[in-house]
Design a protein around this ligand. Structure first.
Ligand code: PLP
Length: 381
C-alpha cells in the first residue's frame, strides 16, 4: 500500500473490547498482573499506545523496529548510550542542531567518549578521517542539516562507514520518512525529533529511533533505565499527526519553494539556502536522495543581529520561535537562539552568520507568509 494509506492505517486496529475506531490513550503507569509478567506491566517498560506509534513508524520507515522516546534529544542520547563505550569516538557532521552538538561536545566526553566534528559534504572527508582514526563507532549527521540545509550523501557515507565498521546514524527530522528513507540508502539507524513534522502541530515533544530489531531491543532496555519515555498522551498526539503527514509535507514543501523564490529575488537578502532551488550547491544530490525538498528555508540578510531582530519584531503573522515543522510559520535567529552553544568561530565557519535566519514555513496560504516577510524586510533601512 502507498505511504498515505500506511500513515493512516498502519499499526492500528479497532479496539477488540469496545470497537473504538481510534487508538485509545492508555494513560496508566502500571498494569494489573495476574500471576505472571504479561507484555505490559509498567509504562516505563512499554505501553499499548507507545506500541501503536512504534509499529506505525517502523512500517513508514521500512525498518526492523522502532522505539518512541520523550523527545528528539532522548532518542539521540538513547542511541549513543546503546552504541558507545568508554574510549569510543563519534564522527559527527559539524552542521547539526545545537542541542545535539552540546550532547556530543560536552556530555559524552564526561563518560570517555570523544566527538570529532568534520565537514561531511564531501564523503572523501569522512573516508580520510575514518582511515586515520581508530574506535569510531558512530558516524552521525543530519541531512538536510539544521540550519544550513547542507545535504550529505547518505549512500556514499554509509558505504565508507560500513567498510570501517562504524554505524551510520541519520537525524531525518527535516525530511520525515515521506521525503527521505535513510535505511533504504544504507544507514543503520534513523532518529527523529517527533516534536517537529511527525506530530506537526507544535503541541508535543517526542522522539523516535528506527533500526534493526536487536539494536532496538537493547535501546529499549537502556531507555527503561534512563526513564526518558514518552507519555501515552504525547504518543497519541504523534499517532494522530502521522495520519496527515503526507498532505502536510506536500503543503510545507510547496509553500517553502514559493517563499525561497520570493526571498531569492529580494534586494535585502544576500543568499537563500533551500535544497529545491537550482542554485543550492547540492541541488543534484538533493534531487537524488530526497523525494521532496521540505519546509525549511534559511536566508541571510545584509546586516547584523540588530537588523535581524528588527525584522523578527516587525513580523505580524510569522512567529518568532524556535522549533520547526509546525503548521504555523516559525522563524528564528540560529546564532543567538538554536545554535548559540556552538562557539562563534566554528559557527561562522559552518555558515551560521549573524545575518542568517531560519524559517520553518507553515501550511498557511503562501501569499500571506510572503506578504508578512515582505513588510518586515521593508523595515530595514
Ligand atoms: C534536527 C533536530 N534534531 C533533534 C532535535 C531535538 O529534538 P527535541 O527538541 O524533540 O528534543 C531538534 C530540535 O530542534 C532538531 O531540530
Amino acid at each position: 500500500m502507498g505511504f498515505s494509506t500506511r500513515a493512516v492505517h498502519a499499526g492500528e486496529e479497532p479496539c477488540p473490547t469496545t470497537g473504538a475506531h481510534v487508538t485509545p490513550i492508555y494513560q496508566t503507569s502500571t498494569f494489573v498482573l495476574a500471576g505472571k509478567i504479561p507484555r505490559y506491566f509498567y509504562t516505563r517498560h512499554g505501553n499499548p499506545t507507545h506500541a501503536v506509534l512504534e509499529e506505525k513508524m517502523k512500517i513508514l520507515e521500512g525498518g526492523g523496529s522502532a522505539l518512541a522516546t520523550a523527545s528528539g534529544m532522548a532518542a539521540l542520547l538513547t542511541v549513543m548510550l546503546t552504541s558507545l563505550e568508554k574510549g569510543d569516538k563519534v564522527l559527527s557532521s559539524e552542521a547539526i542542531y545545537g542541542g545535539t552538538y552540546n550532547m556530543l561536545k560536552f556530555l559524552l566526553p564526561k563518560f570517555g567518549v570523544e566527538p570529532i566534528f568534520i565537514d561531511m559534504r564531501d564523503p572523501a572527508n569522512v573516508k580520510r578521517t575514518l582511515d586515520q582514526e581508530t574506535k569510531v563507532r558512530i558516524v552521525f549527521f543530519e541531512t538536510p542539516a539544521n540550519p544550513t540545509l547542507d545535504i550529505i550523501d547518505i549512500e556514499k557515507i554509509s558505504r565508507v562507514a560500513r567498510d570501517a565498521g562504524a554505524d551510520v546514524v541519520v537525524d531525518n527530522t527535516l525530511m520525515t520518512p515521506y521525503y527521505q528513507r535513510p535505511l533504504e540508502l544504507g544507514a543503520d539507524i534513523v532518529v527523529y525529533s517527533a516534536t517537529k513534522y511527525l506530530s506537526g502541530h507544535g503541541d508535543t515533544l517526542g522522539g523516535i529511533v528506527v533500526g534493526k530489531e536487536e539494536f532496538i531491543t537493547e535501546a529499549r532496555r537502556i531507555l527503561a533505565v534512563t526513564g526518558s519515555v514518552i507519555s501515552p498522551f504525547n504518543a497519541w498526539l504523534i499517532i494522530r499527526g502521522l495520519k496527515t503527514l503526507s498532505v502536510r509535507m506536500e503543503k510545507h514543501s510547496e509553500n517553502a519553494m514559493k517563499v525561497a523564490r520570493f526571498l531569492d529575488s529580494h534586494p535585502k537578502v544576500r543568499r537563500v539556502l533551500y535544497p529545491g532551488l537550482s542554485t543550492h550547491p547540492q541541488y543534484k544530490l538533493a534531487r537524488q536522495q530526497m523525494r521532496g525538498f521540505g519546509g525549511m528555508v534559511a536566508f541571510e540578510i545584509d546586516g547584523d543581529t540588530g537588523d535581524v531582530y528588527e525584522v523578527l519584531e516587525g513580523l505580524k503573522l510569522c512567529r518568532c520561535a524556535v522549533s520547526l515543522g509546525d503548521v504555523s510559520t516559525l522563524i528564528e535567529h540560529p546564532a543567538s537562539m538554536t545554535h548559540r552553544s556552538i562557539p562563534e568561530e566554528e559557527r561562522v565557519r559552518i555558515g551560521i552568520t549573524e545575518g542568517l535566519m531560519r524559517i520553518s514555513v507553515g501550511i498557511e496560504d503562501a501569499d500571506d507568509v510572503i506578504a508578512d516577510l515582505n513588510q518586515a524586510l521593508s523595515l530595514l533601512s
